[in-house]
Design a binder for this molecule. Structure first.
Ligand SMILES: Nc1nc2c(ncn2[C@@H]2O[C@H](COP(=O)(O)OP(=O)(O)OP(=O)(O)O)[C@@H](O)[C@H]2O)c(=O)[nH]1
Ligand SMILES: [Mg+2]
Ligand SMILES: [Zn+2]
Length: 288
């Protein structure tokens, strides 16, 4: 039988297969090699005694590191308009990791749109990202924008990405029937020194529709990326990556660069500036 791992605790996995849930352990050989991950499609067998075993992992189409989930169809970048203020550099870092993993779809959800000044934040976001990604103006507190977002998740495995305290769990609770992810405010969390959301699992919204809540990450290190590939993770750069005077153009300081010609036109100045910043960050990392 083929199924999908939706949860894993201490070597025991929950596999959804043919409308049922099975508690399964991995074959010894699997435990020593590539470990099963949340989101993996697997072959399972059930013994006459009712014991369920994961025999084989089916090849993954992608694999996100933070949070560790595989076979993702959609990454939802969740940021708050206020408290905490949106940080576009952070947003771009999250986007880079998702683009690198070839996650088919990325969308941006601006939460806490009930706060004063949120409209201006959304407008700015729209100016920079509106032509690249789908944007949602959301207020989990008022239930605004939730239905639009939910409609877009149908038949997909989606992952909520974003910093701590932006309202990822609050949104998940409105989307998942009977959702009861823990939520909390930032001040409480700092006292505890821990993220509110810790474990990772595929929460079922509908048959074949899942969402993954995740702990907020406060830093995403680009150090291990390849600087030459960085430009490919900026979706709007793609039409302009070839045709520069130098075939190995890095699109940084070179003359007659097709990409640079588009800055301020089809490429936003801010996005290009962050590309340069990240490029230098990778180049200056101790790895080089
Ligand atoms: N005003 C307002 N507050 C919200 C909204 N959504 C969430 N909050 C509040 O923001 C705080 C953080 O919400 P969470 O849902 O725990 O945030 P999170 O992104 O899951 O945080 P981590 O699990 O730490 O990553 C809570 O106090 C929520 O009540 C919203 O739309 N408007
Ligand atoms: Mg949370
Ligand atoms: Zn160039």
């Amino acid at each position: 039988m083929t199924g999908r791992i939706i949860k894993g605790v201490g070597g025991l996995y929950t596999v959804a297969a043919q409308g049922k849930h099975y508690e399964a352990k991995a074959r010894g050989i699997l435990r020593r090699g590539l470990k099963p991950a949340i989101g993996d499609f697997v072959e399972i067998t059930v013994t006459p005694m009712g014991e369920c075993v994961i025999e084989k992992l089916i090849e993954r189409k992608n694999s996100l590191l933070r949070p560790k989930v595989v076979n993702i169809d959609c990454a939802v970048m969740v940021f708050a308009a206020k408290e905490p203020d949106i940080n576009l550099e952070m947003l771009d870092r999250f986007i880079i990791f998702a683009e690198k993993e070839n996650i088919g779809e990325i969308c941006i959800a601006l939460n806490k749109c009930d706060k004063d000044g949120a409209d201006e934040v959304f407008e700015k976001l729209n100016r920079i990202y509106g032509r690249i990604y789908k944007l949602y103006a959301i207020s989990a507190a008022e239930g605004r924008g939730i239905d639009e977002l939910k409609a877009n998740l149908k038949n997909k495995v989606s992952v909520m990405c974003g910093p701590s305290g932006v309202g990822k769990s609050s949104i998940v609770n409105l989307i998942v029937p009977g959702g009861k992810m823990e939520t909390g405010d930032i001040s409480k969390k700092i006292k505890r020194g821990k993220h509110t959301t810790r474990h990772i699992e595929l929460l079922e919204i509908d048959s074949d529709t899942y969402i993954v809540d995740s702990p907020g990450f406060s830093s995403l290190d680009l150090e291990y990326l390849d600087s030459d590939h960085l430009c490919e993770y900026f979706a709007e750069f793609k039409p302009y990556l070839s045709g520069c005077r130098f075939r190995d153009c890095k699109h940084i300081d070179e003359p007659d660069c097709k990409l640079k010609e588009q800055v301020g036109k089809n490429i936003s100045v801010e996005r290009y500036e962050r590309f340069k910043k990240f490029y230098k960050e990778i180049k200056n990392s101790p790895r080089f």
